[in-house]
Structure formats: structure tokens, C-alpha cells
Write a protein that binds this ligand. Structure first.
Ligand code: PMP
Length: 455
């Protein structure tokens, strides 16, 4: 495994065993709750991937505010995972908490708009630069719906994604390149349709492959994160998006930017900050401060075509939307998050501190002479087990090492620091402080000192 160069794997294995034992000793109340939960929860947790933290049993949380996660054994953990972005602006941000509290006794769901609807639309249009918006309960669903609208609007059936992408559980995107050949992702459970029929997959940063895939004129849209953030991190090469955009439009296709993670870049996401003109934008996770809600916006031209498609369709189920979508509570939370939490001032703090974090991790890695790299997208920082940042999904996938990740994550957790359980991602929130960053860096230094090959 390329990522293990510079490590002493015997030391690492002993360290992992000791950390597992330490976790068991430190967390007796979580152990009891995990045993009780296992009686009636499949896999012992509310969502089976909550086991992906790699802890001996699930950590149980007492409460979370700001960047403090207090577990049921009364440890206060500094949170750099932040719910894998749902709580990117801190847990229970006060303006959202106040809005939720206000709405709490005033109804949650009527299938009618409240006075928040028009204002949220105005805030989204101003922030992302697209005029028309709709809602969903998750980024997954927002992606599903925008793809449906675009297929309906264009009459084209295919979508194009980049190898190694993740856009939630929207089925269509689980197609990978294996040795250059498209295959359905084999981890996908219960999938009975042939996804290869309507999904085209190419490598990120590969303009010739993109052009070849678009040339048939049958791709409705390209669905992409502006920076790949779900397979480690892969930055677009300079000029990639400008050229890609031109190709997409030349072939009559549309560009959907999934900003769910890249909203870490700035208030309007990565595309807005880098002059990428998307036809549609999707954003979920933190848009309502971590309450279930997501949004998708369209250009005026796409909105026209979507409205036409709806008018021309026979009356009946559109297949787009769910009953609780745009509910009163979510709209109130979104209004507060967009107007009072995801502010320019918040971003100024996050971006400066994330830079300090990225530099600090580089220094720790260098101190232990490890051939690893650090990539930053605004408030989002990732370290990867390779000396040079990967250029595409295949390269990024090759250096993933779940066993090594779990070891590092558990070592950090036992030292009071949480980072995302999948790959090595950290988020800096508006309430993260330099002291929190120092704690992460000190803990990482200790963990790496325990597993690095001694010079
Ligand atoms: N888009 C991107 C880019 C994501 O990273 C994710 C989740 N990691 C999603 C969409 C789906 O979000 P959710 O699980 O909240 O539906």
C-alpha cells in the first residue's frame, strides 16, 4: 500500500490494538447504550454506516453545540467532522436554534408556503446567482429531482458523472471506471436496473474523454462536484472547468454543480467563486443549519424548459418532491441559516483558520517524513496518503487505505478530536478557534509519532 511508506506497520498494529482497548475503557456508557441499541436496531445503530467510524462500538452523543460534541461518558470532543458537512457552521447555531424554537409551537408541515418562502428564494438567488429554486429534504433528493427535471426538459436520457463521484444515494451515479471500463459500483445493494444504460462515466480532468462522451448529443447533463470531495479530494486542473463548460454547452448538454460540500469555498459555493456558469446548482446538508433540507436552483432558460415539460405532461404524479419538502420548520431554519449563519464574516474566519490548519498538517506530516499531501477547498481540508495530489478518481482511490484511516481517526478520537470517518476530511466552522486547531495538530502529531518508522 503506497500510503504506508514511511510507517512502521508493526508499531501501527500495536498502536491500533492499544487504542481500541483505550476506547473501550474510556466509553463505558456508550458501550451500555450500544448493547441496548443492538437489541432492536439493525446493525446496532440508526443508520448502518454510523458503524463506519471504526470504533469498537458506536460512540453515543449526549449533545452537540458549536464544535463541542459531548459524548455520554462526558468527554468533550472537538468536532472537525461536523456531521460530514451538515453542521459545517457549528452544531445548533444560535440563529437557527432560535428560528426552530420560534417555529416549534407554530406548526411544522401544512403543505402550504409560509412567509419564509419568498425570502428564502430571494436569499438563494442572490447567493448563487440562479433565479429559480425548489427544495428537497436531502442533497440526495435534490440531485435526483434536478436530474429528473433536466431529463424531462431536454428529452435526453443520459447523464454524465466523473469516476469516483458521490452525490448521495441517487441511483444513477453509482457507475465506476475499472481499468477504463464502466461498471456498476459493486457495493450497491438491491439495485436491479442496469445503470450503465443511462449513465456515462469519465475521469475528472480528462477533457478528451469528456468531449468524446458528449459527442453523441444524448447527454442531458453533467452532474459534478466542482472539486471532487468524496474520494479524498481531487482539484480541477487550471482551465478544466472553463473548457469543460464550453464542451458541455457546445453539445447541447447542461451543467449541474453539486455544491453540497464545496459550499466550503465561500457564500455562493465554488462555482460562483470561480466563474463557472452552471445551469443548475444543488446544495444540501448545512443549508438549514443541519436540519433535513436541500435546495436546487436553475437558470431562467432551464426553468422555462422545465415549466414547459410540466405543462406538456399529462396530469398526475411528477415523481418529483415529497410530502414534507419545503415544510414550515425547514423553511424557517433555512432563512436563519442563509441570512444569519452562512455570512461573509463567518467565511472570513473559516477560510483563514482552515489555511492555518492545512499548513499545520503539512508541517506535522513533514516532521514525520511521510509522503502525504494536503488539499484545501476553503473551509475543507483533506490529507491523502500520496505525495502529489491525485488528478482523478482512479488515482485518488488507489491511495485510500481504510485500515490506516481508522487507526488515525481512533487515535484522534481518543485524544478528544473528531474528523470525518471516511477518508481524512476536516472542516473549520465559524466557531472553531486557533486553540481547537492546535489541539488537532498536537493530537495528529502524537498519533503519527506512534506509527511512523523511526529515523
Ligand atoms: N452531494 C454530495 C457532493 C455529497 O457529498 C453528499 C453526501 N456526502 C450528497 C450529495 C448527499 O447528501 P445527503 O446524504 O445528505 O443526501
Amino acid at each position: 500500500r503506497p500510503g504506508r511508506r514511511g510507517l512502521d506497520w508493526n508499531r501501527a498494529t500495536r498502536f491500533m490494538a492499544a487504542e481500541r482497548e483505550d476506547y473501550v475503557q474510556r466509553n463505558p456508557a456508550s458501550a451500555v447504550l450500544a448493547r441496548q441499541a443492538a437489541e432492536h436496531l439493525l446493525f446496532g445503530v440508526p443508520l448502518h454506516w454510523m458503524n463506519d467510524w471504526g470504533t469498537p462500538f458506536a460512540l453515543h452523543v449526549e449533545h452537540a453545540t458549536g464544535v463541542d460534541v459531548v459524548d455520554v461518558d462526558s468527554h468533550t470532543l472537538v468536532d472537525f467532522c461536523l456531521g460530514d458537512t451538515g453542521a459545517m457552521f457549528g452544531h445548533a447555531p444560535p440563529p437557527v436554534a432560535a428560528a426552530v424554537q420560534h417555529q416549534a409551537a407554530r406548526g411544522y408541515t401544512t403543505m402550504l408556503a409560509t412567509q419564509d418562502a419568498a425570502e428564502v428564494g430571494r436569499l438563494l438567488a442572490g447567493r448563487f446567482g440562479l433565479p429559480y429554486w425548489q427544495f428537497a429534504l436531502s442533497a440526495t433528493d435534490a440531485n435526483r429531482y434536478i436530474v429528473r427535471w433536466i431529463r424531462a426538459a431536454t428529452g435526453r436520457k443520459k447523464i454524465l458523472v466523473f469516476n469516483g463521484c458521490y452525490h448521495g444515494t441517487i441511483e444513477d451515479v453509482f457507475v465506476d471506471l475499472v481499468e477504463g471500463q464502466p461498471v456498476q459500483r459493486d457495493s450497491l445493494l438491491g439495485q436491479v436496473h442496469n445503470l450503465l444504460e443511462h449513465t456515462v462515466v469519465v475521469e475528472f480532468n480528462d477533457l478528451p474523454a469528456l468531449e468524446a462522451a458528449l459527442a453523441n448529443g444524448d447527454v442531458a447533463c453533467v452532474l459534478a462536484e466542482p472539486v471532487m470531495t468524496n474520494i479524498g479530494m481531487v482539484l480541477p486542473e487550471p482551465g478544466f472547468w472553463r473548457a469543460a463548460q464550453a464542451l458541455i454547452h457546445r453539445h447541447g448538454s447542461l451543467l449541474v454543480m453539486d455544491e453540497t460540500h464545496c459550499i466550503s469555498t465561500g457564500p455562493g459555493g465554488y462555482a460562483r467563486a470561480h466563474g463557472i456558469e452552471a445551469d443548475a446548482v444543488v446544495m444540501g446538508k448545512p443549508v438549514a443549519g443541519g436540519l433535513p433540507s436541500a435546495v436546487y436552483g436553475m437558470s431562467a432558460a432551464l426553468a422555462d424548459r422545465a415549466v414547459q415539460a410540466k405543462r406538456q405532461a399529462p396530469p398526475g404524479h411528477s415523481g418529483i418532491g415529497t410530502t414534507l419538502t419545503g415544510n414550515m420548520l425547514a423553511m424557517a431554519a433555512m432563512r436563519a441559516a442563509l441570512s444569519e449563519v452562512m455570512t461573509e464574516a463567518a467565511y472570513a474566519h473559516m477560510l483563514a483558520l482552515a489555511e492555518r490548519l492545512a499548513d499545520g498538517i503539512r508541517a506535522v506530516i513533514a516532521r514525520h517524513q511521510l509522503p502525504w499531501c494536503v488539499t484545501q477547498v476553503g473551509a475543507r481540508v483533506e490529507f491523502q496518503f500520496c505525495a502529489e495530489p491525485p488528478k482523478n478518481g482512479t488515482e485518488a482511490d488507489r491511495v485510500m487505505d481504510p485500515e490506516l484511516e481508522h487507526l488515525i481517526h481512533l487515535g484522534l478520537l481518543n485524544r478528544g478530536v473528531l474528523i470525518t470517518p471516511f477518508h481524512n476530511m476536516m472542516l473549520v466552522s465559524p466557531v472553531t478557534t486557533p486553540e481547537h486547531v492546535a489541539q488537532l495538530l498536537g493530537s495528529l502529531d502524537e498519533v503519527l509519532a506512534a506509527i511512523a518508522a523511526r529515523a
